[in-house]
Design a binder for this molecule. Structure first.
Ligand code: SAH
Length: 213
């Protein structure tokens, strides 16, 4: 896979575009500037990689719109060394942005086809080593809990209880919540039983579904 000057130039434009839409977090924008988004789409769709739109990947799913990735990542306030759980690995692009920011990423995908494809992409073409799981994001991944941050990249009907439990005290969870349209929701865990919830703008995500198995 090649990341040429043309791709890098298109990526600069993509970042300028995200900045113009109001995101100024240099750490997030630097990570997105560093990652060849075209690696995460099939070759035939190269020209779409740097357009600010969601795009179909495999199994009827989409790679999130670049602006949405920047927005959600910014809300997480990633620190180097953070342990982050991601629900919805999809193409692995959001996973890579978090890895590039120095996080240790654990990511769950419920579609076997996508899980296999993205696992291979990391093994063969990317410099990051996230831990990828095939499973149901509603259950989280208890074996590695608690997490400093949790990011859900599909639309959840409500915030899954297991995820709240697996967040460390002081940790931040970002989850688009709702059925047809989702409200971006940030939860800060203040104690074992107390949470501060902040609701932000509305977005459109593919639905978070129970595991097929
Ligand atoms: N972060 C991804 C976004 C992919 S779209 C990217 O950057 O490409 C959301 C993903 O969530 C889809 O791949 C979908 O299969 C997955 N998903 C939906 N419900 C899920 C669940 N219950 N557990 C884990 N993943 C789920």
């Amino acid at each position: 896979m090649i990341d040429g000057f043309k791709h890098q130039g298109l990526r600069k434009e993509m970042i300028a575009n995200i900045r113009a839409k109001g995101i100024n977090d240099a750490q997030v924008l630097d990570a997105m500037q560093a990652i060849p988004r075209h690696f995460f789409l099939d070759k035939a769709f190269l020209e779409f990689a740097y357009v600010d739109k969601a795009f179909p990947i495999a199994a009827g799913q989409t790679i999130s719109q670049p602006y949405t990735v920047a927005y959600q990542t910014h809300l997480l306030h990633v620190q180097r060394g953070d342990k982050i759980l991601e629900i919805g690995t999809g193409s692995g692009y959001q996973t890579s942005v978090l890895c590039a920011m120095g996080a240790k990423v654990f990511s769950i995908e419920r579609q076997r086809e996508l899980f296999d494809k993205t696992k291979k992409l990391f093994e063969l073409h990317l410099p990051y080593k996230p831990k990828l799981f095939y499973g149901d994001g509603f259950k989280g991944q208890i074996a590695f809990a608690p997490y400093d941050k949790i990011i859900v990249t599909c639309g959840a009907p409500s915030i899954p209880q297991a995820l709240l439990e697996q967040l460390r005290i002081g940790g931040v969870l970002v989850c688009p919540t709702g059925v047809d349209v989702q409200i971006m929701t940030t939860v800060i865990k203040q104690s074992a039983t107390k949470y501060e919830t902040i609701e932000l703008g509305s977005f459109k995500f593919v639905p978070m579904l129970q595991n097929k198995a």
